[in-house]
Design a protein around this ligand. Structure first.
Ligand code: HEC
Length: 91
């Protein structure tokens, strides 16, 4: 089940990736990243008012080591886009 949703998410991301960044992420599939990696220290409300592009850039800087962050994050570009979309979706 979990494996299936990864494959689905990868497929959907690839498909929507061609349509443009706004559609590049599948918010439902990224809940796992947030719940598993971020929710120990963060609430979705931490980034209220930020849009997906801003949050993507912030997380990018953390992963790249440009922004100091309590926990080193290791996320692919796709995962960054996914988790940013999930958080800013407000769900
Ligand atoms: C071990 C705790 C911890 C975990 C886990 C964690 N963070 Fe953070 N994060 C922090 C703290 C502490 C701050 C600083 C909060 C502040 O004072 O603004 C922060 C700040 C941030 C910021 C703001 C950076 C800036 O430019 O100001 C972003 C974006 C962020 N975290 C994203 C994430 C994401 C995405 C995840 C999961 C993939 C995550 N964090 C997991 C503790 C954590």
């Amino acid at each position: 089940m979990f494996r299936q949703s990864i494959i689905l998410a990868t497929f959907a991301t690839g498909l929507f990736g061609m349509a443009g960044p706004a559609l590049s992420a599948d918010a439902a599939a990224c809940k796992g990243i947030f719940d598993g990696t971020c929710s120990a220290c963060h609430e979705m409300a931490d980034w209220q008012g930020k849009n997906t592009a801003e949050l993507t850039a912030m997380i990018h800087d953390i992963v790249a080591g440009k922004t100091k962050h309590k926990k080193a994050l290791k996320l692919s570009d796709t995962e960054i886009a996914d988790v940013a979309a999930f958080i800013t979706s407000g769900k």
